[in-house]
Design a protein around this ligand. Sequence first.
Ligand code: SF4
Length: 288
Amino acid sequence: MRLPIIDDVQVRQNTKRIHQEMERPWIMPIRVAWEMAHGLGLGKQHKLLSKASTKMAKSNRNEVRSYDAAIYMAAHMSSGLANACSGADDCINPCIVYTGRSMLHNGPQKTYAKRLYMLIYWPNVFFTLLYRELEAHWRAAQRRGAIPAVRLNGTTDIPWEKVAPWLFKDFPTIQFHDYTKVYSRLDRKKLPDNYYLTFSESSSNHHRAKEALERGWNVSFCSDVMPRTWHGFPVTDGDHHDSRYLDPRGHAVWLSPKRPNNGFDIRTSEFVAWIDTPYALFNQGGLK
Ligand code: SF4
């Protein structure tokens, strides 16, 4: 099925819808949900939860007692359906959604857009599939003796604590965790106990980074080399694994720049603080 062409008004309405609390959807028979997802070009072969990223593979090694999965959906306005990242700025072009194999014949990007479509227009199907996969993920983590962990915002910045607060209550033993660029989401009173957020620094929220650190939130930043301290706070290596909720508290989280495959030249990005990378390193494929 082709996604319909959507005008600006619909984009604004869709954006509003994925930022407002959704009604608790009724869970439908899984076969019906699979059939509907197949009709969209999704389904059993395109599960919502993915464990495919390199960093997640690092997390899922035994040394980190966490079993991680994430949902990848169309970032910011890339789907043309809605803005899934209200805090996006100069992170758009070097976004993780364009790295790795995600640009392969554009296939993954279409899948990401279809998942977002399903969330907006068919929330019953979306949550039926998600509930089923969360249960399976929880069981797989139990078998490994690991903590089941899920990033709902693999490549989006949807305020799930507002959109689907019931989800966290239904899966109290799953540790949810995400990055966010939206400072107002850093409110412990509004966040479920099993939802951990790391504030993600970029040019438009730079002035908030130190404030967030002082309030006890970990803050991630992107630079070519890992400094010892950042805004006076100790730095932890965020590339070591993807389980941010395991990071020591009161730390800045360093992330290396990742080379996007959308033609954007990461060297021109203001999202990355270039401290020490010799120019030649770029041409030797020194960036991940
Ligand atoms: S907010 Fe995050 S997911 Fe959204 S465009 Fe920026 S880097 Fe990508």
